[in-house]
Ligand binder design. Structure first.
Ligand code: GLN
Ligand code: ZN
Length: 766
């Protein structure tokens, strides 16, 4: 008999119950008991939904983040949070958010400390809180939370499998605050894990899932040694351990993963499909092999007969040693497709969210255990869905496919090199030195959101909606003229989200109502779904920009989201390479760029906020990603005449290792987030002799504080030490949509004043 299990289930609740409970707790409207109760209810529901599995995960639930929970489990919350807090939960949320529970309600604001740093969980859009280490770090087992959840699950009659993040990945994901060697802490950490495993064994646990996703990254000899050492020590534990790897193939680490002294190995059989047979061959016959056969990262139904064709022979061979599961935790997909009321039925038929993925797993298990006939109907339904998707005319658009095939690479090149273009553009634009601009969005007021909602719900017609939006654009233009900014924006009032806004105007995109996925803490995102060939039926932004431009003599930037960002922030098709989908997006954006140019737009900004975060897990795969990502950007941007100025914007601006690709994008101006780094992020542009213009962000838009004029001048002075004056712009770090007008006004006024002073001081000095 094959064993079914799950690596983790989404925590947030199908109606984001956890989000709302957390935020109410943070505002001081709910007490800890109520929050705890919400957690209990959600866990009970989640386990109930997984009850058909042979083993259900316990410990995958979290009130904020499972890496932070691991820090609690080994007593390694940052000292500043522990010292400030009077209870463990206070310390937990202080570490997570830098503020105390109830302090969102400002009167109650008691303590603030620096929150732990947050960063992306491998190549997903989930963010974890970075563990902090120093020479003084000592670990101590503190598994009460896990043990109590285990007791909960057992009391509810489930066969529980505790899930913990492995010690080596935990160290790997963390940061040494004093530059001591993290691996020097391994022995102490492993001793702590050994205690926790003992405690779990005493609680009656048979299997523990230990996640070591570092096994899909490039590991040097030290880290390889650390894995050997850690698992050799832990092998003395009385529980059986299932070592889980996910998100990619094992490659060089395959032999290591097979040989570590554990009781079983989980392989991501979707992303490492080519390695399945090798692992079957290599894995010692004492070990269980868990195959992650259902994709835990996308929203498509699996091709069940194809999976069966592949794993029936393996089942024959391994018999009871074969386990099956989703490829990774289902944390990264929405919860329940059944709740979707508005999705087009044809498209809905092709999809599977977390609950449906677990159903697929049960079908596969039945087929393996009792023969395909036992699930004939389910398999037939699955086959109908697969062929409906393959053959749908809504997926396949011949014109788009032909356009991609016939694409000539020169379409991605500007007519003249940057220096020549810069002259031509300047003759037309006649901008002062250190031109000032903003990144695009202005405050999204309650009014704006209400108008958009009324229009979406059909409560107001387009004429009324347009009138309201025009009023907002008017305000934005007047505001910028009064402030004396040089290059204006229309303010993006019509956009709810920089991807959804464009996706909803393109063929090939669909949207869910409740397809939320946790991004960090209580924050969730609802990625749109790219199901078919992408085409732009008509212009998307031209009317708004044309209207904005009609109100002023100063140039108004056209604002677009770039193809790579559209791709990286969507659920994408699995029936063609990502690069192909990106190309289609690029062509759609290119059409818009050219229409904007035709409408007289002199400056067009194409945001690529998510370009960097699409980098593959292994460095050796970076170049091929960068090649097609940069090509897609260039294809979208570079059809314009020399006199049209292309801007791009990126948020996370650590470009040390990809500066060549950034330069290859050949944008006339790149605006980036630099203010918090004291312009140090510009070093790489200087060292690389980056040739085009740069707008280094001069103030942090995440903070409500008004920047001082002198601060901005200081930052620009630092920038001017790295980049020649004539290639510097002045702008905020990012868009201003999360700020209030009362904050934006003084901040931009300070920025313009600083620019004027720079023109006098710095230009004269040069
Ligand atoms: N143009 C977008 C804005 O100003 C850019 C946002 C982003 O880079 N994340 O909001
Ligand atoms: Zn940004």
């Amino acid at each position: 008999m094959v064993t079914t299990h799950n690596l983790g289930y989404p925590r947030i609740g199908s109606r984001r119950e956890l989000k709302f409970a957390l935020e109410a707790y943070w505002r001081g409207e709910k007490d800890l008991d109520m929050l705890t109760h919400t957690g209990e209810v959600l866990r009970a529901q989640n386990w109930q939904k997984q009850a058909a599995l042979d083993l259900v995960p316990v410990g995958d639930f979290s009130f904020y983040d499972h890496v932070l929970d691991t820090s609690v489990m080994v007593s390694n919350l940052p000292a500043r949070a522990q010292q400030t807090a009077s209870t463990p939960w206070q310390a937990y949320f202080l570490a997570a958010r830098g503020r105390d529970a109830a302090s969102d309600n400002e009167q109650h604001c008691r303590h603030n400390v620096a929150a732990a740093e947050m960063t992306k969980w491998f190549d997903t859009n989930y963010h974890y809180l970075v563990p902090e280490f120093s020479e003084a770090t000592r670990f101590e087992a503190n598994a009460e939370l896990l043990l109590s959840q285990l007791a909960e699950a057992c009391a509810q009659g489930h066969n529980a499998k505790p899930v913990i993040l492995g010690p080596v990945s935990y160290l790997w994901l963390g940061k040494s605050k004093d530059n001591t060697d993290k691996l020097a802490l391994l022995d102490d950490l492993v001793a702590c894990y050994a205690q926790i495993l003992d405690q779990l064994a005493n609680a009656g646990v048979e299997w523990v899932q230990i996640d070591e996703p570092v096994l899909v990254t490039e590991l040097d000899a030290q880290w390889t040694h650390a894995l050997n050492q850690a698992y050799f020590s832990l092998s003395k534990s009385p529980v059986k351990t299932l070592l889980t790897t996910y998100f990619g193939p094992l490659r060089d680490n395959l032999q290591l993963a097979c040989e570590l002294p554990v009781s079983g190995l989980h392989l991501d059989a979707v992303n490492a499909a080519d390695e399945i047979n090798k692992v079957v061959d290599w894995l010692p016959s004492t070990k269980v092999l868990s195959l992650g056969i259902i994709n835990g990262r996308n929203i498509w139904r699996s091709h069940l007969t194809e999976i069966l064709d592949r794993i029936e022979p393996i089942h024959q061979r391994l018999q009871d040693r074969l386990w099956i599961a989703p490829s990774c935790s289902l944390l990264h997909v929405p919860i329940d497709l059944q709740l979707e009321q508005k999705l087009d039925p044809e498209i809905k038929f092709w999809l599977a969210f977390a609950d449906q993925k677990l159903d697929e797993l049960s079908i596969i298990a039945s087929a393996l255990n009792h023969g395909r006939d036992s699930v004939a109907e389910a398999l037939a339904d699955n086959a109908r869905a697969i062929s409906s998707r393959q053959q749908s005319s809504r997926v396949n658009n011949l014109a788009v496919k032909q356009r991609c095939e016939q694409l000539e690479p020169v379409l991605a090149e500007r007519q003249s090199p940057y220096a020549a273009r810069a002259d031509i553009q300047q003759q037309k634009l006649k901008l002062p030195a250190f031109p000032t601009t903003t990144i695009g969005s202005f405050p999204q007021t309650a009014d704006i959101r209400r108008t958009r909602k009324l229009y979406r719900d059909g409560a107001i017609d387009f004429a009324e909606y347009q009138q309201d939006m025009h009023r907002e654009i008017n305000l934005a233009i007047k505001f910028q003229e009064q402030l004396d900014l040089d290059v204006l924006v229309h303010g993006e009032a019509e956009r709810n989200d920089m991807v959804e806004y464009f996706g909803s105007q393109l063929d090939g995109y669909a949207f869910s109502e409740l397809g939320w996925v946790q991004s960090y803490g209580s924050r969730c995102v609802k990625p749109p779904i790219i199901f078919g060939d992408i085409q732009r039926p008509k212009t998307m932004t031209v009317d708004w920009i044309r209207y904005a431009q009609s109100l002023t003599q100063r140039p108004v930037k056209g604002m677009l989201t770039g193809p790579v960002t559209m791709l990286n922030w969507s659920f994408v098709r699995d029936d063609q390479p990502r690069s192909e989908t990106c190309l289609q997006l690029a062509l759609a954006i290119r059409d818009e760029v050219l229409d904007l140019e035709k409408a007289g737009t002199q400056i067009i900004q194409i945001d690529e906020a998510a370009l960097r975060e699409g980098l593959p897990l292994r460095r050796s795969d970076w170049q091929s990603y960068l090649d097609w990502a940069v090509f897609s950007f260039k294809l979208s941007a570079n059809g314009v005449r020399d006199e049209t100025q292309i801007h791009t914007h990126m948020c996370y601006s650590e470009f040390n290792d990809i500066i060549e690709a950034i330069a290859a994008m050949d944008a006339d101006v790149i605006t980036i987030e630099t203010s918090r780094s004291d312009m140090e992020l510009l070093d790489v542009f200087r060292d690389f002799e980056y040739p085009n213009a740069i707008g280094p962000g001069v103030y942090d838009i995440h903070s409500p504080n008004t920047p001082e004029v002198s601060q901005i001048i200081d930052l620009m002075t630092l920038a001017a030490q790295r980049i020649p004056n004539e290639r510097l712009w002045i702008n905020p770090d990012c868009g201003l949509k999360t700020r209030r007008w009362e904050e934006v006004h003084p901040a931009l006024a300070a920025m313009v004043e600083a620019a004027k002073s720079c023109r006098q001081q710095l230009v004269k000095a040069a």
